[in-house]
Ligand binder design. Structure first.
Ligand code: GLU
Length: 427
C-alpha cells in the first residue's frame, strides 16, 4: 500500500535538507525541526438538537525565537495534529522569510463548519477561545483565519478572550473585520501577494504580464484575490478548480476568455463550491477536477491544499508553464519538487509566495497597537514592498547558490531563526 501523505514529515524533510548546507549543530536542528509547545483540547459543544458533541482542537507553537508565534486556525473534518504541526513549522519560516518580527504557530479544530449552524460554530469558537485564552495574546501567540474560518470566527474568539481578561486586546487576533480592528487590504492580501511574486518571476523570465495566462486550483479567498490581481495586471486566468460539496468531488471550470472576479464571487458559496448552473450560464466549461494542471498556461497556482502536486501528476504539466506559484501551504511533494526542478520550471515556494496574508496580519497588529488605521493604498503599498524585497532576496540566493527556489527560501528563513535562537542563548 502506498504510504500516506504526511505534511509534518514533509516539513521536517525539507528542513533537514537545508540543515546540512547551513551547518546547523545538532541542538539547533533538534530545536527547529520540532514544535516548542503543543496544546491538545477536547471541546464539548451543545448542538442545536440538544446533544453534546465533543470536538478535538489543537494550538501548536512551533517557534518564537524571533517574536510571538503567529498563524491561522483551521476548521476541517480531516484535520490532523501532524497537519497542524507542519503548518506551524511553515509559519515560522514564512514570518522569517518576509522578515517580520514573529514566530510560527497554527491551530485547528476537527469539525465540518459546512454542516454546522452559525450558533453551533459560535459555541465552538468560544469553547476554543476559553481553552487557549492563557496561551495566546499579542505578546505570546496571535491567531488568524485559515481554511474554512473567517473574520466572524475571529471576532467570536476575540470577544471570549476579552471577556476572560476583562479588557480590550484587539492585537490578540488578526483577520478581524474592518471596523472591528481589522485592516483594509487583509482580505486581498494573500492573493495579491501571490501575484506580486508572480510579477517578479515573469519579469525574470522576460514574459510581459499582459501575455501571461494562469490556471488556479482553489476557489476560496486566496484563489479569488490571486485571480483579481492577476487580471488587474493585465493577465488572464482561464481555469479555476474547486471542490464541489454537493457532488463530493472536484471540478475544473474553464473559460478561454478569462474568468472575472465578479463572476466568480457571484457563483461561489462561502465554502468554495461553484454553482454549476451559474457556471454554465457564464459559458464556463466543466472539466475533470485535475484538468487545471493540464492547461496550456504560463502560470499554475495551486491555492487549495497540501500534497496535490505529486510524482504521478507533475508529468502532465504542459511545456507552456514557466512558473508555479504556491498559494497553498505545502502543495508540492518532495518527489514532485525534484521533477519540477529538473523541468526548469520556476517555483515560488509556499512560505514565500503566500506570505502576503501574514504580512498584512502583522500590519493589522501594528495598526491595532497604535489604534490608528491606514488607508488601503498605504497597506497594499507596504505589502508590495515587503513581498518584492523578500522575493528578490530568495531569487538572489537561488542564483548565488545555484539551488531550487524552495531551498533558497529555506536557507534565508532557517538561518534567521537559528541566529535568533543562538543570540538568545537557547542553543
Ligand atoms: N492562515 C494564513 C497563513 O497560512 C495567515 C496567517 C496569519 O495571518 O497569521 O499564512
Amino acid at each position: 500500500m502506498a504510504k500516506e501523505f504526511n505534511a509534518f514529515e514533509m516539513a521536517q524533510g525539507q528542513f533537514d535538507r537545508i540543515a546540512k548546507p547551513l551547518k546547523l549543530d545538532a541542538a539547533t536542528r533538534e530545536l527547529l525541526r520540532n514544535p516548542m509547545r503543543e496544546f491538545h483540547f477536547t471541546l464539548p459543544v451543545k448542538m442545536d438538537d440538544g446533544t453534546i458533541k465533543v470536538f478535538k482542537g489543537f494550538r501548536i507553537q512551533h517557534n518564537d525565537a524571533r517574536g510571538p508565534c503567529k498563524g491561522g486556525i483551521r476548521f476541517h473534518p480531516e484535520e490532523t495534529v501532524d497537519t497542524i504541526r507542519a503548518l506551524a513549522t511553515w509559519m515560522t519560516w514564512k514570518c522569517a522569510v518576509v522578515d517580520i518580527p514573529l514566530g510560527g504557530g497554527k491551530g485547528g479544530i476537527i469539525c465540518d463548519p459546512r454542516t454546522m449552524s452559525m450558533r453551533e460554530q459560535e459555541a465552538l469558537c468560544r469553547a476554543y477561545a476559553q481553552k487557549i485564552a492563557f496561551f495566546v495574546g499579542h505578546e505570546q501567540d496571535i491567531p488568524a483565519p485559515d481554511v474554512m474560518t473567517n473574520g466572524q470566527h475571529m471576532v467570536w474568539m476575540l470577544d471570549e478572550f476579552e471577556k476572560i481578561h476583562n479588557a480590550k486586546y484587539p492585537g490578540t487576533i488578526t483577520g478581524k473585520p474592518v471596523g472591528l480592528g481589522g485592516s483594509l487590504g487583509r482580505t486581498e492580501a494573500t492573493g495579491y501577494g501571490v501575484v506580486y511574486c508572480i510579477r517578479e518571476a515573469l519579469k525574470e523570465h522576460g514574459i510581459p504580464f499582459k501575455k501571461a495566462t494562469a490556471a488556479i486550483q482553489g476557489s476560496g479567498n486566496v484563489a479569488q484575490y490571486t485571480l483579481d490581481q492577476f487580471n488587474q495586471l493585465g493577465g488572464k486566468v482561464i481555469a479555476i478548480a474547486c471542490w464541489d460539496n454537493n457532488d463530493k468531488k472536484p471540478y475544473t471550470y474553464r473559460s478561454k476568455d478569462g474568468i472575472k472576479l465578479k463572476d466568480l464571487l457571484d457563483s461561489v458559496d462561502k465554502f468554495g463550491t461553484i454553482d454549476q448552473k451559474k457556471a454554465k450560464k457564464l459559458g464556463w466549461e466543466k472539466l475533470d477536477g485535475n484538468a487545471w494542471l493540464e492547461q496550456e498556461v504560463t502560470v499554475l497556482v495551486p491555492a487549495a491544499k497540501e500534497g496535490v502536486l505529486t510524482k504521478d501528476n507533475v508529468g502532465k504539466i504542459k511545456k507552456s508553464v514557466k512558473v508555479i506559484a504556491e498559494g497553498a501551504n505545502g502543495p508540492t511533494t518532495p518527489e514532485a519538487d525534484e521533477i519540477i526542478f529538473k523541468k526548469g520550471i520556476h517555483l515560488i515556494p509556499d512560505f514565500l509566495c503566500n506570505a502576503g496574508g501574514v504580512t498584512c496580519s502583522y500590519f493589522e497588529q501594528v495598526q491595532c497597537n497604535m489604534n490608528y488605521f491606514w488607508d488601503k493604498d498605504e497597506v497594499l503599498d507596504k505589502l508590495d514592498r515587503k513581498m518584492t524585497i523578500a522575493y528578490q532576496g530568495v531569487l538572489e540566493m537561488a542564483k548565488k547558490e545555484k539551488v531550487y527556489m524552495r531551498d533558497a527560501a529555506y536557507m534565508i528563513a532557517v538561518k534567521r531563526v537559528a541566529d535568533a535562537a543562538k543570540l538568545r542563548g537557547w542553543v
